[in-house]
Design a protein around this ligand. Structure first.
Ligand code: APR
Ligand code: ZN
Length: 253
């Protein structure tokens, strides 16, 4: 039996032995759908610097840059389909082995894989729509892109004049309270936490797998590269998520 086969068999055993698992995902689960992650050598932060929330608020030039980046990434985001890893997670939830997926991702691919909205806990929001930062009025990306292409910027909210931003959580921006509370409840109810595709360096999100372990759950990390939590984990698999999760859950394509 190869090392990979042995690791997948161990993951399968841990899932079978679990009463209630929770899945925690990062950008690494979407790279096999063509969406770059952030901290791999080819990741987004290797090519550009993050725009912090307070800078987005303070600078019209940085808001224009943030929207330029958003519209430039649209073709890749729109073309992205859930991959084998997403489908394996969806199967875990469909079979009732896991109650929810806590994700740092903003691409909506867990929902696109068939997981009901109320079983996806988005810690960093969602980039498939935008909203006013003052009155929360919702704005569709296509309409904003047309305005941006015509006038070179996204104007303020038509209802209250507030600034419009994609519904994502930027560095320096408050975390979504309801999502954080739901994530904590799911983590504390789980006896198995499966981390898929995260470097686990961004807090408070990265604190959840630690919380699971501290609460007595078993911890699995599937990630191409080593993470700071590897020493805490009961099983670490430094391989591609699609093959590992597809193999462990029986999703073959
Ligand atoms: N299979 C397994 N691991 C993978 C795969 C794959 N197919 N593709 C990438 N990875 C791993 C990379 O090696 C990397 O360690 O996934 C990890 C992704 O880590 P990051 O790029 O840091 O993404 P993430 O952990 O989700 O970042 C957290 O940081 O910039 C913010 O808000 C952003 O939500 C993001 C947060
Ligand atoms: Zn408004």
């Amino acid at each position: 039996m190869t090392d990979q086969a042995r690791e997948i068999a161990e993951l399968r055993r841990m899932i079978a032995a679990s009463r209630r698992a929770v899945v925690f995902t990062g950008a690494g689960i979407s790279t096999e759908s063509g969406i770059p992650d952030f901290r791999s050598p080819t990741g987004i932060w290797a090519q550009m610097k993050p725009i912090y929330f307070q800078d987005y608020i303070a600078s019209a030039a940085l808001r224009r840059e943030a929207w330029r980046r958003k519209f430039a990434s649209e073709p890749v985001m729109r073309a992205a389909e859930p991959n084998r890893g997403h489908r394996a997670v969806a199967r875990l939830l469909r079979e009732g082995k896991a109650a929810s997926v806590i994700t740092q991702n903003i691409d909506g691919l867990h929902q696109a894989s068939g997981i009901p909205e109320d079983q996806v806990i988005e810690l960093h929001g969602n980039s498939t729509y935008a909203h006013c930062l003052d009155c929360s009025r919702r704005y569709e990306i296509d309409a904003l892109r047309e305005a941006f292409e015509r006038e070179g910027e996204v104007h303020g909210c038509t209802a209250c004049g507030g600034l419009i931003k994609t519904a994502t959580v930027s560095f320096g921006q408050a975390m979504p309270e309801a999502a954080m509370l739901r994530a904590e409840a799911e983590i504390l109810a789980a006896d198995l936490c499966i981390v898929l595709g995260s470097s686990l360096v961004v807090y408070p999100a990265a604190g959840f797998p630690e919380m699971a372990k501290g609460n007595g759950a078993r911890l699995v990390i599937v990630n191409n590269e080593a993470t700071g939590l590897d020493p805490l984990a009961d099983l670490v698999i430094h391989r591609g998520i699609g093959d590992v999760m597809g193999g462990a859950v029986g999703v073959n394509y």
